[in-house]
Design a protein around this ligand. Structure first.
Ligand code: TXD
Length: 318
């Protein structure tokens, strides 16, 4: 029986999610948007490409939560993206209101779904989504770390002129300027990054520039696009999480997950390596962090906590 995958938000990322899911035949897709026409039009357009690419899934568009009933997976991009000069945190007020509405809708119609949240400011919005919806904490997860890690790996691969498939790294913590590239556990063709510095393949300064460019990866694209923000890499990242759940791949993926003591934090969502399988977030991996990484991770999670405190001022229900 094909899975039912609902995409709440049929905008730039939502439409790309739908197309990627169709090409992978991951499940039947319901595109949901308050702008029903966008949802229906994109669903029909992608469906009309099925003879070309030979995929066989159902696609539909709606603005009625009833049509999303009993979804197996829900991926949420409902919200507004940044404009040039805005930070991800500037989106808090408006996207908090939207996520409360979405939480009510999914709680009513798909309480057993695995929910992947993409809407920014990610870590606080996914935490608010879990609080508002009351769905199990291991079934609500945020997409950010895969995107940030992918940007870092790509920049490193360009610098070192090696395939992205030969680099393994995690960027963890909050999805903001305080995110932490875990250099201590980064492997390049099986070698630690310190060895490449010793061999003169890369300097510490250049590495720092690459980490900085990763932190600002979203803003760089917002500047180019002027209207809207990145959507191809975010959608690819969200689909990797959905695929690990639907096919029970038990992949180790950097995602915003609920911490209950891991890394010394409780009752907060932050980017950590997790195992995603058929039960959702099945395990949180405790990486061995260097002293610097531990301090930077703590700062990053503290910035998430500060923004969550700001969210609680906006909505005391949180
Ligand atoms: O790594 C990450 N997590 C980030 C997330 C990477 C890139 C973009 N990030 C955020 O995703 C971005 O800052 C936004 O908050 C979301 C969605 O970005 P997208 O580029 O897809 O935005 P669009 O194209 O504006 O699409 C948003 C859609 C749009 O069609 C609206 O009509 C719809 O959301 N929308 C709603 N749908 C359902 N319900 C409600 N209430 C609603 N309000 C707006």
């Amino acid at each position: 029986m094909r899975k039912k995958i609902t995409l709440i938000g049929a905008g730039q990322i939502g439409g790309t999610l739908a197309h990627l899911i169709a090409l992978k035949e991951l499940g039947d897709v319901v595109l949901f948007d308050v702008a029903a026409g966008i949802a229906k039009g994109k669903a029909l357009d992608i469906a009309q490409s099925s003879p070309v690419n030979g995929f066989n899934i159902n696609l539909s568009g709606t603005s009625d939560y009833e049509d999303t009933k009993n979804s197996d997976v829900i991926i949420i991009t409902a919200g507004v993206p940044r404009k040039p000069g805005m930070t991800r945190d500037d989106l808090l007020g408006i996207n908090l209101k939207i996520i409360k509405e979405v939480a009510d809708g999914i709680k009513r119609t798909s309480p057993n779904a695995f929910v992947i949240c993409i809407t920014n400011p990610l870590d606080v919005i996914v935490m608010a989504l879990q609080k508002y919806s009351g769905l199990p904490k291991n079934k609500i997860v945020g997409m950010a770390g895969i995107l940030d890690s992918s940007r870092f790996i790509y920049f490193l691969s360009q610098e070192l002129k090696i395939s992205v498939n030969k680099i393994r790294s995690f960027v963890l913590g909050g999805h903001g300027d305080s995110m932490v590239a875990m250099l201590g556990s980064t492997k390049i063709e099986g070698k630690k990054i310190g060895e490449l510095i010793k061999e003169g393949k890369i300097t510490k300064e250049r590495l720092g520039e690459i980490v900085d460019r990763t932190k600002k990866g979203g803003a760089e694209i917002v500047k180019y696009l002027e209207k809207g923000s990145a959507f191809y890499a975010p959608a690819a990242s969200g689909v990797e999480m959905a695929e690990s759940y639907v096919n029970d791949l038990k992949k180790e993926l950097p995602c915003a997950a609920f911490l209950s003591g891991e890394y010394g934090f409780n009752n907060i969502y932050a980017g950590v390596p997790v195992i995603i399988g058929k039960s959702g977030v099945e395990k949180i991996i405790q990486l061995k962090l260097t002293k610097d990484e531990e301090a930077a991770f703590k700062d990053s999670v503290k910035s998430v906590q500060n923004l969550y405190d700001a969210a609680k001022k906006i909505d005391p229900d949180l």
